[in-house]
Ligand binder design. Structure first.
Ligand SMILES: [Zn+2]
Length: 339
């Protein structure tokens, strides 16, 4: 077992499936599209800035018609305010345009992520520019914010951003920590309540079996990230939906620059279908609940993605396009010919 894998295995939420389960997941990988024909998906947490155009093509082919891209960190710390500014601008600008070129409606949440809240000098400056972005079109929440190491600075900026969400009337997308998850989740919820925020305006993300009951009991939305090797595997997700039903539960891929799967939502829908979960429950946890939660921002109009988006390849964003001379945005990935 390599170093990396043994580290991953220590994560209490790591899923190690049986051989039988791995066999099933191979079958699903090969044929899963057969199970989800005509289904539509909404992935409320995916970092497309770190993904490729191939991913956009796979997403739309699998039925993902709309997505939310939360603001987060880059894998390394930013050194100044300008890179925050450019990043937020790209979430409401270029990335949204790029998504539209593949027929996917793109929304985002804007916030100071928990890791970089620990650089207080920079965090102060970021707080000042957040309102400039929170009121822009297509911004459906303050996020992803919350705790990472559960430091005093993280708490300070979490509280300040909860206040911003109240001012803006926006839902809050809460990142819960990998370490001491239960404690961090409880703390996130109690602070939100302390600030007088209605739990129906708060989406608690990256849940697992340890946290789900308390999140649902207190009236919050419970989001689950389906990640290979860490957090939730999708077999476990199926069991959770069997146990807790579909009310206020949503699933996402949280795909980013790390090992992750942008197709986690459609693949999990296929697995739910195979495991006998009803079409209506699948629809709620892979589409409708996320819409209901984030539409409280007033920024989501389902007519924008209910029927296929018209891809207009003649459009440009500040003079730039996703195309290189003469290309069309859609290519048939199954064709062996690359012409
Ligand atoms: Zn994320």
């Amino acid at each position: 077992m390599c170093q990396k894998h043994s580290e991953i295995s220590q994560n209490p939420s790591h899923f190690e499936g049986t051989a039988e389960e791995h066999e099933l997941s191979k079958t699903v990988q090969a044929n899963y599209m057969d199970y989800i024909k005509d289904m539509k998906f909404f992935d409320p947490h995916i970092h497309m800035t770190s993904r490729t155009t191939d991913d956009y093509t796979s997403l739309i082919d699998a039925g993902v018609v709309a997505i939310i891209e939360p603001a987060f960190w880059l894998g390394q710390p930013r050194t100044g305010l300008a890179s925050f500014k450019d990043y937020f601008s790209s979430l409401v600008g270029w990335e949204r345009f790029r998504s539209s070129q593949f027929g996917i409606k793109h929304y985002c949440t804007i916030g100071l992520n928990s890791r970089e809240a620990n650089n207080e000098a920079l965090a102060e400056q970021v707080m000042e520019i957040l309102p400039l972005f929170l009121y822009k079109e297509g911004v459906v929440g303050v996020g992803e914010i919350g705790f990472d190491d559960q430091t005093a600075a993280e708490e300070k900026y979490y509280r300040l951003q909860l206040e911003l969400s109240k001012d803006a009337g926006l839902p809050v997308q809460v990142h819960t920590p990998h370490r001491d998850k239960k404690k961090g989740t409880e703390l996130s919820m109690s602070i939100a309540l302390e600030h007088g925020i209605d739990p129906s305006m708060v989406i608690i993300d990256h849940n697992n079996e340890e946290t789900v009951e308390s999140v649902l009991d207190q009236g919050f939305w419970a989001a689950f990230t389906i990640y290979p090797f860490t957090k939730m595997g999708n077999e476990r997700m199926v069991e959770l939906v069997k146990k807790y039903g579909s009310e206020r539960i949503m699933i996402n891929s949280a795909a980013d620059w790390g090992i992750s799967d942008p197709l986690a939502v459609p693949k999990t829908a296929a697995l739910m279908k195979i495991k006998g979960i009803s079409d209506e429950d699948i629809r709620l946890v892979t589409y409708q609940n996320a819409i209901d939660a984030f539409a409280q921002s007033g920024q989501i109009n389902v007519a924008d993605f209910e029927s296929p988006l018209v891809i207009d390849q003649s459009l440009k964003f500040n003079g730039n396009t996703v195309l290189r001379g003469g290309q069309i945005p859609r290519v048939d990935k199954n064709s062996i010919f690359i012409s």
